[in-house]
Design a protein around this ligand. Sequence first.
Ligand code: PLP
Length: 366
Amino acid sequence: MHVPLLDLKAQYVGIRDEVLAQINEVLDSQQCIGGPKVEALEKAVAAASDCKYAVGVASGTDAILNTLMSLEIGPGDEVITTPFTFFATAGCIARVGAKPVFVDIDPKTFNLNPTGIEAAITDKTRAIMPVHLFGQMADMDSIMAVAGQASLAVIEDAAQSITSTYKGRKAGSIGTAGCFSFFPSKNLGGIGDGGMIVTNDKKLYKRLMIMRNHGMEPKYYHKEIGGNFRLDPIQAAALLVKLPYLDKWSAKRRKNAKYYSKRFKGTVVRTPQISKDCESIYNQYVIRVPRRDELVEYLRKKDIGCEVYYPVPLHLQECFAFLGYKQGAFPKAETASQEVLALPIYPELTDDMKDYVIETVLSFYE
Ligand SMILES: Cc1ncc(COP(=O)(O)O)c(C=O)c1O
């Protein structure tokens, strides 16, 4: 049996006519930049995230970049984040000229461990950037408490966690701003790249809007240097169709996760641990296993898609060698990178497919 890690065609068949109709509206209007689709999506995502404002951008990466630029974080500044995340988190910090300062993860949730943050704060620290990894939010109460004491901004990298909750509060609504990605593999994925920033801070919102468009205000007058971070209206059109399905799709992912976790109980497979404060949207279902790389080979031979997120923690990436971190600096993140494996979790998985994944994983250890 073939079980891919993700099957976007299985999702598309159910919404094809709606998506094509929405895209046709954009084409017929020839409103090719910005316009009503982008504005409608901003309103809808702000509402879905319990935030006042949203700014559509071209990717999750641009969401983070624009937020850092709009908060005037740059050379000489430090931003505290996790080494166990997708590259863009720390890549954007470095791109604005600031220094990423890493703090190890909580091995249970894979998220930034708040107990390490205080010791990492210096007089150069400007912000903390927790990442809500794999669909589960970080320990926001503790993070907001340290940030508050030191007057730091909190930028939630919620690229993998749109509409996920912590104590009933939505991802992106707790910190200074939240950054979403609409990369096609996300729970709310576009038909190409896209992203959004949400915030409750009106002043920041206005800056984000100006910086998204080359720092231009009014037209052809530039007090500062922004970028072209605009969201494509065709992406907005497709996302407007998908957003009403998001809760249902995330619920199906949770159901799939429950199914897997029940069957893996009492085996060598360590299943995801979700904090009692959180409801995960399971953008990924990530297990920890012994002999991980051998299992990957085995699953691929059995036609099962799987992926290692992430094989190299960011402090050990070649491009960040200048930061001076050595192997052993963040043992929890380093161990995670050797043990983690994401299994197929997308909403359209059938019970037969899940059974095949479970039985194949367990047969490897027999
Ligand atoms: C944690 C995290 N941050 C940032 C990004 C960047 O988003 P994008 O790929 O839309 O630029 C991603 C997406 O892959 C991500 O997973």
